[in-house]
Design a protein around this ligand. Sequence first.
Ligand code: FAD
Length: 322
Amino acid sequence: MSVLIFADQVQGKIKKAAFEAVQYGAKVAQQLGTEAYAIVLGTADNAELAALGNYGAKKVLQVADARLNEVESGVYAKVIAAAADQEGANVVIFPNNFDGKAVAPRVAARLKAGLVAGAVSLPDTTNGFVVKKNVFSGKAFANVNITAEKKVISLMPNSFELEKGDATATIQPFAPALNDSDFKVKVTSVETVSGEVPLTEAEIIVSGGRGLKGPENWGLVEDLAKALGAGTACSRPVADSGWRPHHEHVGQTGLTIRPNLYIAIGISGAIQHLAGVNGSKVIVVINKDPEAPFFKAADYGIVGDAFEVVPKLTAAVNKLKQ
Ligand code: FAD
């Protein structure tokens, strides 16, 4: 028996959410008295792979096939299920990010496993295998007992602090037979958004809403984000109006984020917006309306005009950095 963790990478670099999943998987393995192994698909730097050992992976299965450099959920599921069979893994863990959400259910189907998506706690194994997960867009939790022998779990990013150790993992090649016919789609080009912090990885996010009046005022958000080394996000109407790109839209119909600090500027705090951000550790709201619903969800609130408050805040942050 073992615990297998899918560690996804982008351009050879392991994602932060994958390190979190490995650390989580190592703790699950400890609970079960077994070992945690990671699997990385596509070509990645050996140092990156060995670093998975810092978070508890004893061994990393490396599937160094360049055809796997882009995530394709069908073929990824085939490879990961084959690895789980080879390693006798009864528990397979994914980060609950875009890649993990796409691949985990397919692996669960192949292994005939029970799946819990969006886990936020370690399993309670005193009476079954009970995992706590987010439900209703983060408004509530459910405790789910996985009764199937095999279990697949996807872990909500930022649910646990990373604790880096100094062990390194051994790297073992894994080469399941893959035919070209296994690859059903081909990525023809990738558009990267350069110079920005990816929202699902960002520790700090500065977000703007309709209160900013128009795209010409986004310098306010960007300047504060730059001062804090933060990513930038927005409410849905802002993206719908074309003020900002859709990949910045957070909420029920956009991205779910869980940064350490979320600064919301000129956003009312509608329930659909909160659904995507209420897992943030600290929420700061800047709004000129003292009755804005967002203040109820805020840890810190500033009642004031964003056009006056935000430049002062940015200047203060820049001064502190000097
Ligand atoms: P508004 O509601 O217009 O609020 C603007 C705020 O700015 C106000 O609180 C105002 O007091 C403040 N303000 C104005 N001027 C200033 C100033 N100078 N300084 C400081 N503050 C100022 N929304 C999302 O964000 N994400 C989603 O995923 C999402 N999904 C949805 C799904 C469904 C099915 C539906 C029905 C709605 C969804 N919405 C979503 C929309 C949501 O209901 C709200 O309409 C939206 O979040 C409001 O955006 P806003 O706060 O930017 O704008």
